[in-house]
Structure formats: C-alpha cells, structure tokens
Design a protein around this ligand. Structure first.
Ligand code: SF4
Length: 215
C-alpha cells in the first residue's frame, strides 16, 4: 500500500515569511499539531483534513509552475510520512522548506531541506516544548524563528540568540511580532537599539489576504 499523509490544504501563493518571502510557492499544510500556542492562527489544521497518497501530492504540486515548496502545518513532523515526502520533493528538483514548531526531532529531515525552526517563547505558553537538541542539528542554510508577544519575550529571544550563537549558526534569525499583541514598530526599535543581527519579519500574507485559508 502506498504511503499517505493527512493534508489540510495544498495551495499556491506568495511566501509570507522567511528568506524567500514574496516568492510564488506551493504550500502543503499537514493536518495535526501536538502544541497549542496561544497565538496560533492555523487552528483549522488541528484536525480533519483529507488522506492523500504521496504520489498524488507530488502530482498536485506539479500542476503549479514553481521552484519553491513549503511543507507546513500544524506540525508536519507529527506525521512520520512527512520525511519521505520531503525527500521526494527534493528528488523532484524543488527548493523545499519545512516549517516546524521545534518540538519534534529534526534529525531525520533530508539535509537538502531548509528547516525553518521555531523556538517557542514564554508568551506562546508552549516554551516547555522546545527540543533544544534540535539546535545542534541546524545547518547554515536553516532559519530560526521567534514569535514575540511582548518585551519579556524579546529579552528571552535575545538571550537565546546569544546563548546558541544563532546569528552565526544559521542563515537567518527571524523575529516576528505576534499578531495583535506587539506592534512591529516597537520590535523594530528594540532590534535597532540592541544592534541585533536578526531579521524583523511581518507576515506578508496577513497584509495581502488577512490570513484566510488558501493563502
Ligand atoms: Fe499553531 Fe504552530 Fe503552535 Fe501548532 S506549533 S499550535 S500550528 S502556532
């Protein structure tokens, strides 16, 4: 029997975050997440979804003329068959990124995949789920993302960047203001005041499409 995954949606849009922001990308959103971050904007992916064969996912992705594919969730690594999907996408020639909560072991992720790894701040209410062993598995092509809810989260994130030398270890350290909790301008001013070598990111898809599913 061929391998399957539970999928909430597959859609073509502009990348809203990270280093390829603004680039046309196919998104594969896997169903399910073991975390419950208080700011989660994809709770619709916690359950439901449709079972897809991996071959059919590849066929669906091919319908869109794209170089970039992002596998996201939910928490994609909560489904073991995410790993062969990532490798098959790489084999097919796509530039593949994986958005992961940081709570699941990334050791077996195909090394060709760009990992966009969250470190959950105290404000997420899921800080205890961070699997710090993942940090040693990051490579220079990877990215680390902090969603920052307030000044305390900012100080926590800044300390983690220094503790793990993240701004030298990965290609981008991303500081994102939590939607409706922190003004992007406040975060920008803190970053400048502290001369941090991190990238402020605002979520492009929220500006363009107000975070509706399918975008
Ligand atoms: Fe939502 Fe992501 Fe947190 Fe899961 S890890 S609850 S999908 S923000």
């Amino acid at each position: 029997m061929s391998a399957t995954l539970r999928i909430t949606e597959i859609f073509y849009s502009l990348q809203g975050e990270a280093r390829t922001v603004g680039r046309p990308t196919v998104f594969i959103r896997l169903t399910g997440c073991p975390l419950r971050c208080q700011y989660c904007d994809t709770a619709y992916a916690f359950s439901g979804g449709i079972t897809w064969k991996l071959d059919d996912i590849l066929t669906e992705v091919k319908k869109h003329s794209t170089r970039y594919v992002t596998v996201t969730g939910g928490e994609p690594l909560a489904q073991p068959n995410c790993l062969p999907l990532l490798s098959q996408l790489c084999d097919a020639g796509y530039e593949v990124s994986l958005e992961t909560s940081g709570a699941m072991d990334v050791a077996r992720v195909d090394p060709r995949v760009v990992k966009v790894l969250d470190l959950k701040t105290p404000g997420s209410l899921e800080v205890a789920r961070n699997l710090e062993s993942n940090i040693t598995l990051l490579t220079p092509q990877d990215q680390v993302k902090f969603v920052i809810c307030d000044q305390a989260d900012y100080q926590w994130a800044k300390a983690k960047v220094a503790e793990f030398d993240l701004d030298r270890k990965v290609s981008d350290v991303l500081f994102s203001p939590s939607n409706q909790k922190l003004e992007a301008r406040d975060l920008a001013e803190w970053i400048l005041a502290d001369h941090l070598d991190v990238r402020l990111q605002v979520q492009l898809h929220k500006y363009l499409w107000d975070n509706q599913p399918g975008h």
